[in-house]
Design a protein around this ligand. Structure first.
Ligand SMILES: Nc1ncnc2c1ncn2[C@@H]1O[C@H](COP(=O)(O)OP(=O)(O)OP(=O)(O)O)[C@@H](O)[C@H]1O
Ligand SMILES: [Mg+2]
Length: 155
């Protein structure tokens, strides 16, 4: 694993999970994190690392579980923390965002929110606190570059 300022190279899914686990330390309730990167880049693996940090013990699948999952975990102080993991890949139009209650989820200040494929939400995507970009390399099947940007509290 090689580390740059806020950029990492990983060489396995386990390493990507451990970057997610380390990143989780910086999060506070209410944060919105977008995840950019191709299909299979490792966005979900990264979120699994975050879940490991929060000792997620419960996954609450909604009726739209392919789009949205809720995870219940514990923060280091021992308090319960909820995370939403939303994958907008299959969203076709803003009407579907209404159906899944996207904007209500995004405005929940008690929950940490991860959004894969945020561009699918168009103008329905609120200000983001963190942007994680995972890059793949055509000739290196297991190498990834993970870039983490803090965009600040704009709300
Ligand atoms: N360094 C790496 N980091 C993360 N995943 C890796 C790495 N090397 C190989 N992989 C593989 O890449 C895949 C990543 O899958 P994952 O579901 O996390 O992608 P995703 O970005 O969430 O894709 P999607 O947009 O389809 O949801 C897994 O099959 C994993 O084993
Ligand atoms: Mg995914």
């Amino acid at each position: 694993m090689r580390m740059e300022a806020d950029s990492y190279h990983t060489y396995s899914e386990e390493e990507t999970r451990s970057i997610g686990k380390r990143f989780a330390e910086k999060l506070s309730a209410g944060d919105i994190i977008t995840l950019a990167g191709d299909l299979g880049a490792g966005k979900t693996e990264f979120v699994r690392g975050v879940c490991a940090y929060f000792l997620v013990h419960d996954i609450v699948s909604s009726p739209t579980f392919t789009i949205m999952n809720q995870y219940i975990g514990t923060n280091p102080e021992g308090a319960e923390i909820a995370l939403y993991h939303i994958d907008l890949y299959r969203i076709q139009d803003e009407k579907e965002l209404l159906e899944i209650g996207f904007s209500e989820c995004m405005s929940d200040e008690n929950v940490i929110k991860f959004v894969e494929w945020p561009e699918k939400a168009g103008t329905g995507m609120p200000e983001t606190d963190w942007k994680v970009t995972i890059k793949t390399f055509p000739d290196q099947e297991e190498e990834r570059q993970i870039h983490i940007e803090y965009l600040g509290k704009n709300r």
